[in-house]
Design a protein around this ligand. Structure first.
Ligand code: SAH
Length: 462
C-alpha cells in the first residue's frame, strides 16, 4: 500500500506503543498516532511515511474508546509530558505492566509463562494526580514579548504558558505567579536560549510531602537578581516555605542546574521522610519525585531483599542513600555506591541524622568501585540492590556482581528495556527471576518503574 504525507485515513486504534501512542493498522501498514487511545476510531493525517509504517496526527476522534477519559489538563496534547492523560487509569496500569512484561520476554529472552507466573500486580496510586514533589519550570517570552513560564511543547523548546500542571503540587501556581509578578514589577529579563541573553532561566520547586517544607530555587544566567530580598519575602508568605535560593548557570547548555547555590532566605536544604527515615535534600540532589509511590517501591525492594538482620547488602547507584538507609534498618551492614560526591555527602549526613551506624558510603562509579573493593578487599554481599539511571548497569558492574555471587539481586529500574537487557545477562550467569512487579511512579505519562528479584540458582562465586 502506498501511503504518503498528508494522506487522511479513518483507522481503528488496536494497540498502544511504547511511548503511550495509539497504534492502528491499514492493510498491514502500521500507523502510530499520538494522543489516540486504544479502542478509538479516529481520523488521522499522515505526517511522516516510511516503508511499512507512518506517524500520523490525530485529527478527530470519530468514535471514542470506552477507555477514554476527560483529561484534567487542557494543555496535555501540546505539552507532551503526559502521553496517557486521556486513557483511564486502570488501562494505564495495564499498559505499563504489559510494557515491562513484553520487554522481559522480547529483550530479556525469558519464557512468557515464567514471566507471568512470577509477576505480582503493578502497584498503582489511589489518587494519580498532583503526585510530583518536584517541578522545574523554564522562563521565556511569548509572541507579544511578555515573560511566561510553563512547559516545553513536546520535543521543542517553545514554552506553553501553564502555571497549573496537573501532576504538580497546588503551591506551584502561587509561587510561579509571585515570580512572574516580581519580574514584571522590576523588569527582570527571562533567559533566551537562542541568544544566551536574559537572566532567569528556570525555577526549581520542591515540596516535602511528609514535612510540608517547600523549596524554591531560581536558576540564573548571572549572579544576582535585582531586589532579590523583596522576592524572597513575597515567597516567604506561602505556608511551608523553608528555602529560597538562587543557582548560577551561565553556560549555554540544556543542563538546568549550575553547581553553586546561594540562599536568599531560610535553609539551603529542606527535610522530608520516607517511612521512618528522615532526609535532608539540597536543590542539587536527586530525590525520587513521587513520594507516595517511593515508599511503596522501597517497601517492595526491602521485601524482595528478604533481610533477617544478618545480611551484608550493597546498594549501587544509591543517590543520597534513600534505599540504603531504608535497608539498613533490617540488615547487618549496608554499603552504598554513588557517582555524585555531593549525594554521598548527603547520604552520610542522613545516616547520622537517623542514628544509622551500619551504613557506609563510597563515591565513584559502581563499575569501578565494586570490582576494586571485591578484588582488593575481598568484600562480600548476601544481597545486591541496584537502581541505575535509564541506561542501566555497566557490564563490568554486572560481571562483578555475578562473581560476588549474592543470594539475591534486587533490580530497581526506570527503563524496562535496559532492565531486560541486564537481566538477560544475569539469567545467563545462573540467576533466575524470583518475582517482579511494576510500580507506577509516573501516572499520566508513559514511564514506569519496575522492581525485580533475581535468585542465585545454586552456583558458587569465583
Ligand atoms: N537509589 C537512589 C538514586 C537512584 S537514581 C534513589 O532511589 O533515590 C540513579 C543514581 O545513579 C543517581 O543518583 C546517579 O547520580 C547515579 N549514577 C549514575 N551513574 C552512576 C555510576 N556509573 N555509578 C554509580 N552511580 C551512578
Amino acid at each position: 500500500m502506498d501511503i504518503k504525507k498528508n494522506d487522511i485515513f479513518t483507522v481503528q486504534i488496536t494497540d498502544t506503543g511504547t511511548e503511550g501512542e495509539g497504534i492502528g493498522k491499514i492493510a498491514g501498514f502500521t500507523l502510530f498516532v499520538k494522543d489516540a487511545v486504544i479502542g478509538d476510531t479516529v481520523q488521522v493525517k499522515v505526517m511522516k511515511a516510511k516503508k511499512n509504517y507512518a506517524y500520523a496526527k490525530l485529527e478527530k476522534v470519530l468514535v471514542p474508546s470506552p477507555f477514554r477519559v476527560e483529561p484534567p489538563c487542557a494543555f496535555h496534547r501540546q505539552c507532551g509530558g503526559c502521553q496517557l492523560q486521556s486513557l483511564s487509569y486502570e488501562k494505564q496500569l495495564e499498559f505499563k505492566q504489559n510494557k515491562i512484561r513484553n520487554n522481559l520476554v522480547r529483550i530479556g529472552g525469558f519464557e512468557p509463562e515464567k514471566i507471568d507466573a512470577c509477576m505480582e500486580p503493578i502497584i498503582g496510586m489511589e489518587d494519580p494526580w498532583h503526585y510530583r514533589n518536584k517541578a522545574q519550570f523554564p522562563f521565556g517570552y511569548d509572541k507579544e514579548g511578555n515573560v511566561v513560564t510553563g512547559f516545553y511543547a513536546g520535543r521543542t523548546h517553545t514554552i506553553i504558558p501553564n502555571t497549573d500542571c496537573a501532576l504538580g503540587v497546588k503551591e506551584n501556581k502561587e509561587i510561579l505567579e509571585i515570580i512572574l509578578a516580581y519580574m514584571k514589577k522590576y523588569a527582570v529579563s527571562a533567559y533566551e536560549e537562542t541568544t544566551g541573553k536574559g537572566l532567569v532561566r528556570h525555577v526549581l520547586i520542591r515540596k516535602g510531602f511528609a514535612s510540608g517544607q517547600i523549596m524554591v530555587c531560581l536558576i540564573l544566567n548571572g549572579k544576582k537578581l535585582p531586589e532579590e530580598q523583596w522576592l524572597a519575602e513575597e515567597l516567604w508568605k506561602i505556608p511551608g516555605m523553608t528555602s529560597v535560593s538562587v543557582n548560577v548557570n551561565t553556560e549555554r547548555t540544556n543542563v538546568i542546574m549550575g553547581k553553586k547555590v546561594r540562599v536568599l532566605k531560610g535553609e539551603e536544604k529542606i527535610e522530608d521522610a520516607i517511612g521512618d527515615v528522615v532526609f535532608r535534600i539540597s536543590p542539587l540532589s536527586f530525590y525520587q519525585v513521587n513520594p507516595v509511590q517511593t515508599r511503596k517501591l522501597y517497601g517492595q525492594a526491602l521485601e524482595y531483599a528478604g533481610l533477617t538482620g544478618e545480611e551484608t547488602v550493597w546498594d549501587l547507584y544509591c543517590g543520597i542513600g534513600t534505599i540504603s538507609l531504608f535497608l539498613a534498618q533490617k540488615a547487618k551492614k549496608v554499603y552504598g555506591v554513588e557517582i555524585v560526591p555531593e549525594a554521598i555527602a548527603d547520604a552520610k549526613e542522613n545516616a547520622v541524622r537517623n542514628g544509622i551506624t551500619n551504613a557506609e558510603f563510597y563515591v565513584g562509579k559502581a563499575e569501578e568501585v565494586l570490582p576494586q573493593m571485591y578484588e582488593e578487599e575481598g568484600v562480600y554481599a548476601d544481597v545486591i540492590v541496584v537502581d541505575p539511571p535509564r541506561k542501566g548497569c555497566d557490564e563490568k558492574c554486572l560481571e562483578t556482581m555475578v562473581r560476588m555471587r549474592p543470594e539475591r539481586i534486587v533490580y530497581v529500574s526506570c527503563d524496562s528495556a535496559t532492565l531486560a537487557r541486564d537481566l538477560r545477562y544475569l539469567g545467563e550467569m545462573g540467576y533466575e527471576i524470583g518475582k517482579w512487579r511494576g510500580c507506577d511512579m509516573f501516572p499520566g505519562t508513559g514511564h514506569v518503574e519496575s522492581v525485580i528479584m533475581m535468585r542465585n540458582c545454586g552456583l558458587k562465586g569465583k
